[in-house]
Structures are given as C-alpha cells and as structure tokens.
Design a protein. Structure first.
Length: 217
C-alpha cells in the first residue's frame, strides 16, 4: 500500500515591496484596455513600484485582458482587489491594495457604477476612503458625450454623500473628516470649437505619498 503524499500548503505571494505603515502611497495607472499578455506585464511593473501600495487602475477591459490584470495583481502580492463587473461590455476601474484589505462601500454613482468603485481601508490608525473614477472618453462622439455627461453628473451628485461617509464626531459638538481621496481619469480637457483641443500642462508623477492623517485629496 502506497502512502499518500501531502503537498505543503500554498503560501500567498509576497509583495515585492512591503507596504508602508505610517503613510498612504497611491498610484494611478491607465491600463489602456491591454491584452492579457500586456496586462500581466503591467501588473508586474506596478508591483515593482515601491510607492504603489494602493492602486487605482482605469480603462480596464471587461474581457480577457481585464481578467488577466486582476489575476496578475493578486499573483504579485495585491491581496485585495476590487474589480466591478459591468452589466454590459465596457471599460471599468479597479482598486487594489498590497497592504490593508479594501472594504467595498457604495460610491453612490448611479450611471456606469463600474467606472467609479469606492472602498475604505485602515492605515496608521485612520480609516481612509478611496474612490476611483474613469470618465467615458471613447466611442462615437454623440454616444461618448452623452455617457460622459451622464457619468460626470452622477459623480457630482454622489461625491458629497461619499465625503459625508467619512465624517465622524471627534469631540462633543464638533466633527472631523477622515482621510479620503478620489483619483482616476477625469477627462476634463476637451475641444470646444474649431482648431485643435487645448493642451493640458504636463502631468505630475501619478504617485501620491503622504501621512495618512493628512490625506484630504
């Protein structure tokens, strides 16, 4: 009789960098609806960045490329990934953390909610609110503009309620705001007339780092 061989338990993947304990380090990344092979390379690059403890990834496809990205992030040590599934094929925003777990919370965005997921996580004794945003910017012009305006209107109405979720009573009779941030592709620069569209100034590095107690972006 041959004794059965028990395989050792599978340990979760360790991140390339240990998450910070006293600061919130956030990266915003546009995946550009990558193919599966490119998405895996993107996940590897994101994980190699020391400041990418929290990641907001926009323009993530709903097909194989998007699934490959979420799986690869998990394989690279992002133990908490929120990837909302759209009701119909569309781009979406995903949130990932290689530190504290992300707890999904309602963003309140009624139009294209898969483009605006929200979550909270604990950092350095603070509850941090995170809202990812990807405004529609692709497709035929009329449909694109209608979708863009619908999402922006829905987000504008939802934002005050999202912010209010992170207000608490600090002392009797007084309120204080918990840290919260909204990041993503807002698509605010558009052409409004003849000629080329206006040029936006050069974007800063899409990495943000600050003490959790001072995060009010």
């Amino acid at each position: 009789m041959t004794a059965s061989r028990q395989l050792p338990p599978i340990t979760p993947p360790q991140p390339a960098h240990q998450p910070a304990t006293s600061t919130v380090r956030l990266m915003v990344f546009n995946a550009q609806h990558a193919s599966p092979s490119r998405a895996r390379r993107q996940a590897a690059w994101i994980a190699s960045q020391e400041n990418a403890d929290l990641v907001v990834v926009t323009e993530v496809g709903a097909g194989p490329g998007g699934h490959a990205l979420t799986e690869a992030l998990g394989e690279h040590g992002y133990s908490s990934v929120l990837a909302p599934e759209p009701a119909a094929p569309d781009y979406r925003t995903i949130l990932a953390s290689r530190g504290p777990s992300l707890t999904p919370v309602p963003s309140g965005i009624g139009a294209f909610p898969h483009r605006g997921p929200a979550a909270m996580a604990g950092f350095a004794g603070h509850t941090v609110g995170l809202l990812g945003l990807y405004v529609p910017s692709r497709g035929p012009q009329q449909r694109r503009n209608e979708s863009k305006h619908a999402f922006q209107d829905a987000a504008a109405k939802a934002l005050p309620r999202f912010l209010a979720r992170f207000v608490h009573a600090s002392t009797p009779g007084r309120q204080a705001s918990r840290p919260r941030t909204g990041q993503g592709d807002l698509q605010l620069v558009t052409g409004a007339g003849p000629g080329p569209p206006p040029r936006a100034p050069a974007s800063p590095s899409p990495v943000f780092e600050c003490p959790a107690s001072r995060l009010y972006r």
